[in-house]
Design a protein around this ligand. Sequence first.
Ligand SMILES: C[S@@+](CC[C@H](N)C(=O)[O-])C[C@H]1O[C@@H](n2cnc3c(N)ncnc32)[C@H](O)[C@@H]1O
Length: 245
Amino acid sequence: MRSLWAEVPLIPTVLYRLLTSNRGSSSVCLAEALAGIHTNQLWAERRVGLRCSIDLCGKHPISAVEVGTWYALGSTPLLVKNLPDGSSLTCIDNYSPTEGTEGSSTRMKLFASRAQSHAQSQVTKFKSIRPSVKVSVVAKEAKHALAEFADSSLDFIYLDGSHFFSDLSSEIQISLQKLRKGGVLCGDDLEVTPTPDLLRECEPQREVDVIFLRSGQCVHPGVLCAVGQHLKGVVVDNGHWRYLK
Ligand SMILES: C[S@@+](CC[C@H](N)C(=O)[O-])C[C@H]1O[C@@H](n2cnc3c(N)ncnc32)[C@H](O)[C@@H]1O
């Protein structure tokens, strides 16, 4: 309830964006209006998928990484609560999306410094709620932060940062090096299982945030192309995706 009240001052911004949007479709319009200002971006139905991915790591202490921490109000507390005792969680976010990219990531820039200071205060809170899990925040571009880990040293990586093919594609490739054999690589924003036909349809728009397919399905084309190109046998679970190395 407390985090719901935190959203109330943001309502006028959402209404203004909805009224001034020039997007044809109402759901793209709503997604963009909410982008960057809704402080918890983990949709309810995706919690189940993320929880299943964490459970696959077993009960022994693990080294986990989250990319795309934002306010540390969505996926982060779920990870902190459910990781085994003795685990570590490194939360990575650049808190400064690149200029010139289209869609929600650009709009998030406006709220980046507020999100970063909130994430730091959440870490202090996590220390008292769950002292057995060591949480830290790294404010860096994901591909650079991931590159600093030793090869095969991580058990679990959750990717919920950039939606653009160029970024996610590098993050997936580096993650595969840093993950131990049997480790879990998972992420958000994959609405459908990639197929050769879908990859062909999305490829020309893979540096765009959100599109509608010919079927009417709304997807993140960059996520679909990056996951489909690099990971064979990925499981899609209500927008959450997972791959076992
Ligand atoms: C959808 S939000 C994450 C939501 C969060 N996981 C939650 O559950 O509330 C995406 C985040 O990824 C970050 N981000 C985008 N591109 C990034 C990149 N290349 N490297 C690191 N972080 C990035 C943004 O700053 C933003 O905070």
